[in-house]
Design a protein around this ligand. Sequence first.
Ligand SMILES: NC(=O)c1ccc[n+]([C@@H]2O[C@H](COP(=O)([O-])OP(=O)(O)OC[C@H]3O[C@@H](n4cnc5c(N)ncnc54)[C@H](OP(=O)(O)O)[C@@H]3O)[C@@H](O)[C@H]2O)c1
Length: 281
Amino acid sequence: MERRGFGPTGREVAVIGQGTWYIEHAKRDRAIAALRRGLDLGMTHIDTAELYGSGAAEGVVAEAIAGRRDEVFLVSKVLPQNASREGTLAACERSLARLQTDRLDCYLLHWRGKYPLEDTFAAFEQLQREGKILSWGVSNFDVSDLEEARKIVGEGRIACNQVLYHVQERAIEHAVIPWCEKHGVAVVAYSPFGHGSFPGPRTAGGRVLQEIAEAHRASPRQVALRFLVRRRSVFAIPKASTPEHAAENAGAGDIRLSEAEVARIDAAFPLGPRSRTLPIL
Ligand SMILES: NC(=O)c1ccc[n+]([C@@H]2O[C@H](COP(=O)([O-])OP(=O)(O)OC[C@H]3O[C@@H](n4cnc5c(N)ncnc54)[C@H](OP(=O)(O)O)[C@@H]3O)[C@@H](O)[C@H]2O)c1
């Protein structure tokens, strides 16, 4: 599995990681086996949130990483309605307890809400000083939000911006990715398979992915993931609730697409208009 520097953290993180939204809906032993198989294959970036299953997903992750904490780049998120200064500190404690760990590798504001960013970021900085989080970042931030955040904390503090990105939704390529690259912020692609709307083999785009996959003895999903992480700033976190799906996704970590293949995918899934990235819950 290829690993790259993650924003300003100085940490090397797997380019393909593992999401956990709705993982608590799967059979628990299969979900845990999926996450562990993913870890075995190098997908050590695990993304969760207090939102997911109202904490149940964090419970699944705790079981999956038991005895393997040091292998994992563990990320969780605070809900905007909890993101006051005191609320963020308390939410982090609850996540640490559910995850049965003493630290998060990165803690994110899930999306912007009513509390001033100054308050949330002050809590993040305090948690980092206390060693409860090793870095922090944001999610669903557009360029204007990122600019505001940078004005508050300066350069080199925001580890990542986790945003919607898949072959059929490439809006972040217009301005969000360039901004993050300019300011050394990692981009984490969520819903990299479109949250269940991956292009089928009968569609024109699906056929392009299939043809490129065949040339690499790979699968269309592996090719799509590799396309998303073609820029060094970008990481992806597909969610899988079976070991078979996890293994397939991990295989994307080793594929290398040629420039011509990237150009074909680019043409098959046109960039589309610039629009504000909005959270999907
Ligand atoms: N920050 C945010 O606001 C935000 C928003 C959305 C998501 N996220 C994060 O990003 C993660 C990924 O996004 P997502 O869960 O929305 O969707 P996704 O990863 O785009 O797609 C997940 C779907 O793809 C299926 N799948 C995965 N691997 C597969 C494979 N190899 N073959 C066939 N099907 C496969 C899964 O099925 P199975 O479950 O059956 O394996 C599931 O139905 C989330 O889990 C979450 O951690 C963050």
